[in-house]
Design a binder for this molecule. Sequence first.
Ligand SMILES: [Zn+2]
Length: 230
Amino acid sequence: MVKAWYDALLHVFYPSLCYGCNNELIQGDQFICLQCQTELGRTQFEDIRNNPVEKLFWGRADIQFAASTFYYIDKTPLQQIIHHIKYKEEKELGIHMGEIMGFHGSGLFKTYETDLCIPMPLHPKKEYKRGYNQATLLCEGMYKQTGISYNEKVLVRNENTRTQTKKSRIERWENVAAVFDVCEPLIIKDKHILLVDDVVTTGASTEACVNRLMQHGAKTVGIYSLAFTL
Ligand SMILES: [Zn+2]
């Protein structure tokens, strides 16, 4: 009773704003208003094999499956939401979006017997500056929803990425591949791994990570991202 009264009072003085459109949230709504929720473009890729995300990796990486929860489209609520997660330290929002991913992806993870989630590693300098990896927040939310645990230490991104320009395509590819490494391969050995990312665009880093995980003994690697760029 007192808490409800306190919450109502708090709402009057500090109304929460929607992360998608900046309008005031009505009491009871969390993070995203109803209007923005309807504007998040669901892909339904979880139920579609040979979907566009999977096709992106054809001939590039041996994946178990790939899917994204939403389409990434410029100037939409999702773009705002991702911006808040990446650059405004809105960690709770990141975890919330991870829960939404877990909700939509749980059937897929069950079908493919996912054992462990691994967040796409950030460049160490970037992570140090930001203080967190947004993909880890998504993993945390997915864990809350599905109970599938995650490990952010096993796959790492090396410090020294040489400049990409003036290199041939093959050299560039080798360069990206060399960036990632697996520590403690025992953790992934014979496991069905799920690589988790915020946005999949060209898939170059993702491809390199999948190949690294497979080289180090993962049984299979699936990919699931919050958004997919068309
Ligand atoms: Zn909104």
